[in-house]
Design a protein around this ligand. Structure first.
Ligand SMILES: CC1(C)CN(C2CCCC2)C(=O)N1c1ccccc1/C=C/C(=O)NO
Ligand SMILES: [Zn+2]
Length: 380
């Protein structure tokens, strides 16, 4: 990628705000400082994010939710108002003081990235602190308060007719799928762990979208233990099929890193190399592409992954040795960039995966028919 055509959304204030989210102590700093320590900033156009305004957030979220969320954020922990529960606030989405400002900062950063793509300022835009895919129109969910992914896609839709969303996070991208399940203008494609009792519980292969959006939601449910080779194979098949039938004009990827070997979620067995091969497929299409983060609870591996993917976008090869920097001690005991796969067995049996692929192909073929009909009708 010609370097100046890569936009990296960053400011020290933004990183400090993201670091303040207790659940992910200083993850945003670790990611940024590793990218910086590897000398990658000079290849990118660094732009400070803007704050999302109330109107920005209201493009997707309901006023009722936003005003309640802003109110409890001002009051902090002791705001256990009865209706907080109906808005998903509390439990998985604790209300820390200033959480509204945090959510508005992240949404503003994703919008800043999306605007760069919409205005043709760049070909690839990065906001690794974004990707909060569970938030619903009027409900926080799964530690996601504002759905910056939906806001970014809506921003791209101002310029591009068809947008493809690809969710590589361990968890189903339910908030984004819900937002676009009725429209054929956005295809949502999610690869995720699907297993009884595993959050959020949605994302079965049978979920294909509703109404005119039928066949424009694609779900690839997977089981524990999947490693790079099989994951990349499946991704490659599905991504090629979706790209050739849907012909997206822009792409949004959520690269939640909780799929990596060593993550406390202890589910998939991927490495940054495998995710990098998936990213290479998308970059090969040479379409305006927005890259976002998401989950990722082994902080050093998450920083390793997103730094590796950033270098991949920039066609830069990184040395294995982690460069000296403030968080160097976090990368022990080997202090290398590579993540070693675990020795857990892959519970995805080949027959089941073939079945999943066959069903996905049927959905995509149906989409072709659907698309042909939609286009035929549009022509008259
Ligand atoms: C609170 C966190 C986000 C953290 N966490 C673990 C990770 C390791 C130690 C705690 C969870 O399981 N979480 C969740 C709790 C309830 C519902 C959802 C999630 C995660 C969602 C996600 O990653 N979506 O992509
Ligand atoms: Zn996740």
């Amino acid at each position: 990628m010609a370097s100046s055509r890569v936009l990296y959304v960053h400011s020290d204030d933004y990183v400090r705000t993201c670091d303040s989210m207790a659940r992910l102590p200083h993850r945003a700093s670790m990611v940024h400082l590793l990218i910086k320590a590897y000398g990658l900033l000079k290849f990118m156009r660094v732009i400070a994010p803007r704050m999302a305004s109330h109107d920005d957030l209201a493009a997707f979220h309901s006023d009722a939710y936003l005003s309640h969320f802003e109110l409890v954020s001002r009051e902090g922990e002791d705001a256990d108002l009865p209706e907080s529960q109906q808005y998903g606030l509390g439990y998985d989405c604790p209300v820390m003081e200033g959480v509204f400002e945090y959510a508005a900062a992240v949404a503003g950063a994703t919008l800043t990235a999306a605007e760069g793509l919409r205005n043709g300022v760049c070909d690839v835009a990065l906001n690794w602190a974004g990707g909060w895919h569970h938030a619903k129109k009027d409900e926080a969910s799964g530690f996601c308060y504002v759905n910056d992914v939906v806001l970014g896609i809506l921003k791209l839709r101002e310029q591009f007719q068809r947008v493809l969303y690809i969710d590589f996070d361990l968890h189903h991208g339910d908030g984004v799928e819900d937002a676009f399940s009725f429209t054929p203008k956005v295809v949502t494609l999610s690869f995720h762990k699907f297993s009884p009792g595993f959050f959020p519980g949605t994302g079965d292969i049978a979920e294909v979208g509703l109404g005119r959006g039928r066949f424009y939601s694609i779900n690839v449910p997977l089981s524990d233990g999947i490693a790079d080779e099989k994951y990349v194979d499946i991704c490659h098949s599905v991504l090629q099929a979706v790209n050739t039938t849907f012909l997206p004009e822009a792409v949004v990827c959520q690269f939640g890193a909780d799929t990596l070997a060593g993550d406390p979620m202890c589910s998939f067995n991927l490495t940054p190399k495998g995710l990098g091969q998936c990213l290479q497929i998308v970059l090969g299409w040479q379409k305006p592409t927005l890259l976002l983060g998401g989950g990722g609870y082994h902080l050093a591996n998450t920083a390793r992954c997103w730094t590796y993917l950033t270098a991949l976008v920039l066609d830069q090869v990184l040395a294995s040795e982690i460069p000296e920097h403030q968080f160097f001690p976090e990368y022990g005991p080997d202090y290398v960039l590579e993540v070693t796969p675990g020795c857990r067995s892959d519970t995805n049996n080949p027959a089941h995966l073939d079945q999943v692929l066959a069903e996905i192909r049927a959905v995509v073929r149906a989409e072709i028919w659907n698309l042909a009909m939609v286009r035929a009708i549009a022509r008259h």
